[in-house]
Design a protein around this ligand. Structure first.
Ligand code: GLN
Length: 198
């Protein structure tokens, strides 16, 4: 089976690992460059992007993560993970950096500090007809979708909350906590298509 990593510095990495295992993947929790070097795809979980960024740099993972994204191996980021993959972060904390790769600008905490969380159903045409039940928790929105990326889902007001660009996938919301497996399946399909690393 395919060996995929879940970045396990901070955030809801256990939930992602569980979904991926339920879909038959071998899951490695990634905290060190040696672990990253063994996997054929990577999920970056939800959590707090500014903390994840600091930990990634402290653990010597910032440059290996950027190289992983550039290599063309599939990477899926949810919420804070989406922020980590964005080329441009709006409303980051002072000095916050991202791995980058996705040709988008995301705004952190885009629903305001009062709106801690909300849920809604989204159309995501690449995943089929059944709507995705999406949970947003202090979520970002994709404010600009650059020419290399494409929107996969938008809210009723038109704001983009899911994107794809070649090997990269990102959602503002958290499929890993709602029993929604289709994004992870879609990601594993990309991993299989990219070929096993070996
Ligand atoms: N607000 C968080 C951040 O800026 C993201 C929240 C989440 O991942 N649920 O990283």
């Amino acid at each position: 089976s395919v060996s995929v990593g879940v970045l396990a510095l901070q955030g809801d990495f256990r939930e992602h690992a569980e979904v991926l295992r339920s879909l038959g993947a071998d899951v490695e929790l990634v905290r060190r460059p040696e672990e990253l070097a063994r996997v054929s795809g990577l999920v970056i979980p939800g959590g707090e992007s500014s903390v994840m960024d600091k930990l990634a740099r402290a653990f010597g993972l910032a440059e290996p993560l950027a190289a992983f994204v550039r290599s063309g191996l599939p990477v899926y980021g949810t919420c804070a993970g989406l922020i980590m993959l964005a080329d441009t972060v709006i409303d980051g904390i002072a000095g916050q950096e991202s791995i980058g790769g996705l040709d988008i600008a995301v705004r952190r905490n885009a629903f305001g500090s009062q709106t801690l969380s909300f849920e809604t159903d989204l159309d995501v045409p690449v995943l089929g007809d059944a709507p995705v039940h999406a949970v947003f928790i202090r979520a970002p929105v994709v404010e600009t979708v650059g020419p290399r990326a494409r929107a996969l889902a938008t809210l009723a007001d038109g704001r983009c909350v899911a994107v794809e660009q070649d090997n990269l996938l990102g959602t503002s919301f958290h499929p890993e906590i709602t029993g929604e497996n289709r994004f992870h399946e879609y990601f594993l399909g990309k991993v299989a298509a990219a070929g096993f690393r070996g």
